[in-house]
Design a protein around this ligand. Structure first.
Ligand SMILES: Cc1cc2nc3c(=O)[nH]c(=O)nc-3n(C[C@H](O)[C@H](O)[C@H](O)COP(=O)(O)O)c2cc1C
Length: 273
């Protein structure tokens, strides 16, 4: 499966089959996770795959996440030192692991932690300055979503996405414009990314000349889960980079804040070919 196909296939899943995962497959995922360590802003993100005998309901409650997961026994958790842009780095690394899990045939669901200290941070033996911002179940999707899962998708409006012209601009934020080259496919892949309650806070400002893209965070008004939107930006960077690389568009993330009127939008990073 190509990475673009994997990005199209991924959907949050909250109802699992109570089936053992093959050690060969979880081994492949663990191998990938151990090599996936290069972050954008230099944070060290440590991810682990944890096996439980039954769904760790009480442990999941310590996250304060907004969902109930059924019949998943394996969880992916990540831990990062609490520092500037650590949440973006966390999102970037963890989403690459999530996509690898999907490629291997597993279903996943980001579960954001509302508190920095939770049961998973204890299990991962996090230092006092380390946090576990989110976890995800990893397992086989049940044939059908149960009612609570379908309702969750309805509430978060998970089956809809913003139009590309709502997230893509050229030159300044007054000119909403969709690229007419391969970067259109790249932005389509960002659009399919998971985001906290599907708010899709990513905005791309393309320079007038060439394919330099500045990524901004447009926060949802009165949204209390602020950390989630920082994680969303890292996830968006992972989708952008993976899709661009697969399409042969070489480039990397750097810091080069443009001199534009961005309003309340927060600058995150710049993609430079
Ligand atoms: C940072 C983050 C936190 C999330 N937290 C939760 C959560 O606590 N509970 C949940 O059911 N889904 C959670 N989600 C999943 C989103 O609701 C989901 O990605 C969004 O609705 C889009 O649906 P999709 O992933 O199926 O494309 C989270 C996603 C992200 C990126």
């Amino acid at each position: 499966m190509t990475i673009i196909e994997t990005i199209h296939k991924r959907q949050s899943w909250r109802t699992f089959l109570p089936k053992q995962l093959e050690p060969e497959k979880t081994g492949l995922l663990r191998d990938f996770m151990s090599l996936n360590t290069r972050s954008v802003f230099g944070s060290v993100v440590r991810c682990e795959l944890m096996d439980f005998k039954v769904t760790p309901v009480n442990l999941l409650k310590t996250l304060g996440a907004y969902s109930v997961i059924k019949d998943a026994k394996v969880f992916m958790a990540g831990c990062v030192k609490n520092s500037e842009k650590c949440l973006e780095d966390f999102g970037y690394i963890m989403e690459k692991n999530v996509l690898k899990a999907v490629e291997l045939g597993f279903a996943t669901c980001w579960l954001g932690a509302s508190s920095n200290r939770n049961g998973f941070s204890e299990m991962m033996k996090c230092a006092p300055d380390e946090i576990v911002p989110a976890v995800s179940p990893v397992g086989y999707a049940a044939e059908k979503r149960r009612l609570a899962d379908s309702l969750m998708r309805k509430v978060a409006n998970s089956d809809t996405r913003k139009h590309l012209f709502e997230i893509s601009f050229r030159g300044d934020f007054y000119d909403s414009r969709v690229p007419e080259n391969k970067y259109k496919t790249v932005l389509e892949c960002v659009k399919l990314a998971p985001s906290a309650t599907n708010q899709q806070p990513w905005r791309f400002l393309r320079e007038t000349d060439g394919d330099i893209f500045h990524l901004f965070l447009e926060r949802t008004k009165d949204y209390t889960y602020k950390a989630g939107q920082n994680i969303d930006m890292g996830i968006a960077m992972a989708h952008f980079e993976l899709a661009a690389n697969e399409l042969g568009l070489k480039g990397s993330w750097t810091q080069d804040k443009p001199d534009v009127d961005a309003g309340d939008r927060e600058y995150v990073a710049t993609w430079k070919p």
